[in-house]
Design a protein around this ligand. Structure first.
Ligand code: IMP
Length: 189
């Protein structure tokens, strides 16, 4: 029987690498590098649900999208929904400057995976990953805010994809999706 295929709509090769590793024994994943309108909302679940529905209808295929962000306690959740914009503008160094001298380094990554098939309503899966902001960039692995984030004193910029995949926000969201989707497929068989 041919393996089932899911389309992952993302520009981000780092997200694709992480998802491929988690799904490779279950189903095939194909990247679709397509731009879709991002709903302006503080709730990432609504953004992912809207994106998944839009892409499923446009492509006429079942898809997943993923929306994530970094929420820093001492900055009252900033950059949160503005994470992509802040990464492009002030970047990791800008966040480190805002955090200079701040003893409370707690931060969390959040990931929401949105799944939708054409003609259906979207479903979302959320994962959270607590850690701490470093005081300087460390390591060259991963992407985005990884070089300024550490988990249990281990800099994420020095983790392999496999190590990050054991604990990350995206893994938590993707694994929930994987389990839900496996059940959905076996109910159809
Ligand atoms: P988006 O979900 O692609 O809009 O990502 C929001 C921002 O958060 C981007 O700048 C990403 O690089 C960053 N980001 C999302 N997930 C991660 C991660 O796992 N590590 C580091 N940065 C991330």
């Amino acid at each position: 029987m041919p393996r089932h295929k899911i389309h992952f709509v993302t520009h981000n090769p780092g997200k694709m690498r992480e998802a491929e590793l988690l799904f490779r024994d279950y189903f095939d994943l194909e990247q679709v590098d397509m731009t879709y309108p991002e709903l302006q909302d503080d709730d990432p679940s609504k953004i992912a649900a809207y994106g998944a529905k839009y892409c499923a209808e446009q492509l006429d295929k079942p898809v997943i999208v993923e929306d994530s962000g970094l929420f820093v306690d001492a900055l009252r959740g900033f950059p949160g929904p503005y994470s992509a914009y802040v990464q492009h503008t002030i970047g990791n160094r800008g966040i480190l400057k805002l955090m200079a001298g701040e003893p409370n380094r707690r931060a969390e990554f959040r990931s929401v995976v949105g799944y939708c098939a054409p003609g259906e309503e979207p479903t979302t899966f959320t994962g959270v990953w607590w850690g701490e902001l470093l005081t300087e960039e460390v390591g060259t692995n991963g992407f985005g805010y990884d070089p300024i984030f550490s988990y249990r004193r281990f800099p994420v910029g020095e983790m392999t994809t496999e190590q990050k995949n054991e604990v990350s926000h995206r893994t938590r969201a993707l694994l929930q999706f994987r389990e839900w989707y496996e059940n959905k497929l076996s109910a159809r068989r």
